[in-house]
Design a protein around this ligand. Structure first.
Ligand code: PQP
Length: 399
């Protein structure tokens, strides 16, 4: 075999946007990790990092690996983005720092404390309505229903038309991949969905005490303009439903496949929080996104040119045997510190506290009522450019 020249990356013809990859990425992740610290994906003409160490190196260096050129395959400096770029996800310091502080205040533990009991009672109510011993699809009835209720309530979005949040998230997250069929299918609903979202970002539509109103209050104080406030509220609506729905569905799937781990949570419901971290590591809802190099840079011996797109494989880093012992085992008592399911660095998930509060409330309510979580049929995987989850998850719960 020819040795790659020094400084040149390994090359792979793996397509991270093929149906085969997205249906079961894990064997491909292993190939990509083993190929080298940095891999050139010939088909898309981008680099990929799949090992934990280079993933963290990339996410830890925002000056070299920027977000302002978009966190999808498209380079915003070359291609026109499909919507006005996000003031959080798709920006770099100093703008990012300022905007992140505004949304970070709304999502701080102090601000969220008041939401905890409403999350718990909503979880209790949803779980009480689930059938005992009969089959049902956990995606609409639990995974989607819960954030559609509690997150949208928390932001202060009208009840009417909330399902558009799921459709919009589907657009946002599919748009991070190539403009393939998946992207086009997600965009098919844009004409109804986008105007609804834009309305829901307006001050007069939001409830006066929600997280959305808090962004406008920051605008009143001069932290951002009113136009920027609307775009920051749009980030809530882009980011907060599909991701958490995927997290809940993935948690249910992990427990259905690992009844011994559910028994541990049942025995000690305080484990629910730690269990969700292991779900994030083991079946990361947000699997992958891109950075763009701002200069030529050497990464673990490989030289990347400026203006290159780098695919950051969160889901692969979270199962890297260089970091994790027995990474393909789901273990709720594992030390999960250092997983990158919520990202890492300055763009690390600003919603992680509210996400944890939501999923913990659901798991704790389930643990109080149900001894058994079992698959009632084969689940249907979500084939998606960015997210990993299920479109159908038939379950049978038993008390
Ligand atoms: C994973 C921000 C964050 C959240 C936006 C936006 C969209 C998606 C996400 C990704 N995101 N968790 O539009 O600002």
């Amino acid at each position: 075999m020819l040795e790659a020249p020094r400084g040149a990356p390994a090359t792979s013809d793996i397509d991270p946007f093929s149906d085969a990859y997205l249906g079961d990425p894990y064997p491909f992740h292993q190939q990509l990790r083993d190929a080298g610290p940095v891999v050139w994906l010939a088909q898309w003409q981008v680099f990929a990092v799949a090992r934990a160490a280079p993933v963290k190196a990339v996410l830890g260096d925002w000056e070299t690996f920027c977000s302002g050129a978009g966190v999808g395959l498209a380079n915003f400096k070359v291609e026109t983005p499909w919507r006005t770029p996000s003031l959080l996800l798709e920006t770099d310091p100093p703008d990012h720092t300022r905007n992140r502080a505004v949304i970070g205040r709304a999502l701080s533990p102090a601000s969220l404390r008041g939401l905890k009991s409403s999350f718990e009672s909503a979880a209790e109510e949803l779980v009480a309505a689930l059938p005992d011993g009969a089959d049902f699809d956990a995606v609409p009835l639990l995974a989607e229903a819960f954030p559609l209720k509690v997150f949208a309530d928390a932001v202060g979005v009208p009840a009417e038309g909330r399902r558009h949040l799921l459709a919009y998230g589907n657009m946002v997250f599919n748009a991070m991949g190539p403009r393939n069929e998946r992207f086009e299918r997600a965009m098919a609903h844009a004409a109804q969905v986008v105007p609804w979202i834009e309305r829901a970002c307006q001050r007069d539509v939001l409830t006066p005490s929600g997280l959305g109103a808090q962004i406008y209050a920051a605008a009143d104080e001069g932290a951002v303009s009113a136009r920027e406030a609307a775009l920051i509220v749009r980030s809530f609506l882009s980011a907060g439903v599909d991701t958490t729905a995927a997290g809940i569905a993935n948690a249910l799937y992990c427990f259905a496949r690992n009844p011994d781990q559910w028994a541990r949570v049942r025995a000690d419901p305080a484990l629910a929080r730690a269990a969700f971290e292991e779900v994030l590591r083991f079946e990361s809802p947000f699997q992958a996104f891109f950075r763009t190099t701002t200069r030529e840079v050497e990464l673990e011996g490989t030289v990347l040119p400026a203006e290159a797109k780098v695919l950051v494989l969160i889901g692969a880093a979270n199962r890297d045997p260089r970091q994790w012992e027995d990474p393909d085992r789901f273990d709720v008592k594992r030390k999960t510190l250092g997983h990158v399911g919520f990202g890492f660095g300055i763009h690390g998930c600003v919603g992680q506290m509210i996400a944890r509060m939501e999923v913990e409330a659901v798991l704790a309510a389930l643990a109080r009522r149900f001894e058994r979580i079992a698959l009632a049929g084969p689940p249907t995987a979500l084939i998606h450019n960015t997210l990993r989850s299920f479109v159908r998850l038939p379950l049978r719960l038993g008390s």
